[in-house]
Design a protein around this ligand. Sequence first.
Ligand SMILES: *Cc1c(COP(=O)(O)O)cnc(C)c1O
Length: 405
Amino acid sequence: MDTPLDSASTPAYDDVRTTPRALATEAVHAGRDDLARQGLHAPPIDLSTTYPSYDSRAEAARIDAFATDGAELDGTPVYGRLGNPTVARFETALARLEGTEAAVAFASGMAALSAVLLVRSAMGLRHVVAVRPLYGCSDHLLTAGLLGTEVTWTDPAGVADALRPDTGLVMVETPANPTLAEVDLRAVAHACGSVPLLVDNTFATPVLQRPAEHGARLVLHSATKYLGGHGDVMAGVVACDEELAGRLRQVRFATGGVLHPLAGYLLLRGLSTLPVRVRAASATAAELAARLADDPRVARVHYPSIGGAMVSFEVHGDPHAVIGGVGLITPAVSLGSVDTLIQHPASISHRIVDADDRRGAGVGDRLLRMSVGLEDVEDLWADLDRALGERPGAPPVKGLHEAMS
Ligand SMILES: *Cc1c(COP(=O)(O)O)cnc(C)c1O
């Protein structure tokens, strides 16, 4: 079966695909290398759910092949749940950015994590070793054993001892949601031995950290966050080697958590500005983290050594008053958008985690998590400064007490 793109095999095209390119270049070109030769500039959006084929013998062979190894189908697509060309462009691009052979996209970050757990438990490897904190819903999925898995929680130094013959996965998040605690990926990958290490790279993005370079076999993203980057797409993706990608595609086909092609289009567009968005927001976040660290109303600031656009901080006063007091900043869960969001993890993102487990993982009741966007740093600081309320020992602001009573 011919692909519509015969020029895919021309020397110039092969050159582009094999010459190593910098991250900023990949961000705008990966997944689009065939476009110019097709006479296109923006990638097409293919909304088809099904595709015509006059050769059902050939289709039978292709479906058999997919059932064997889950490799992406050659030639024209068959059915939307088996694969979509627009989504495939995003997968190609993300794999390039993470430095993996493949990537498999899902309807959300949680659908992506579920698929990984199902792939491993289908092999009889139902035990998971995980390091807290994780995103609240990931913690919940493992703790509740909703997919028939069993979890052992440990710290990074305890990973090797926690492994069992039926351990199918080791899972860490770094910087972690919401404390921004960092894990030494090389050390943990070493401790895992032959058990695949899954790193949730949602907070760092491939701009700041490529876990596969440090030995992770699976790199998970809630693409809802920085990859989409504009708060208007829900998606998840796993970057990994082709062998695991095949299993993930088979689970995606069987369970149906596919990404919509429009979301695939928006994600590919989001990737093209990912490096500039992450770097600009990180510079602002570092400045805000420094100002918060100097502020007497703030007890503690968490900011990762690798940088990033997330800042978490513990206040001396009432964290709910800060959430209620922001104006420019939006009080909302989620992160990674062009605008700044703040939320109280103990009330929202990590509410579903048992209170003792949550506190044990360093998620205190006075902790606030802020996702810094692309606004001007002085406007953001003015808003935060107002929301944090009166400075201790500062002369009372005239009229404030009357206004609040
Ligand atoms: C949001 C988030 C998830 C879950 O992703 P969804 O797209 O909301 O399903 C997983 N991990 C981290 C670190 C997250 O922030």
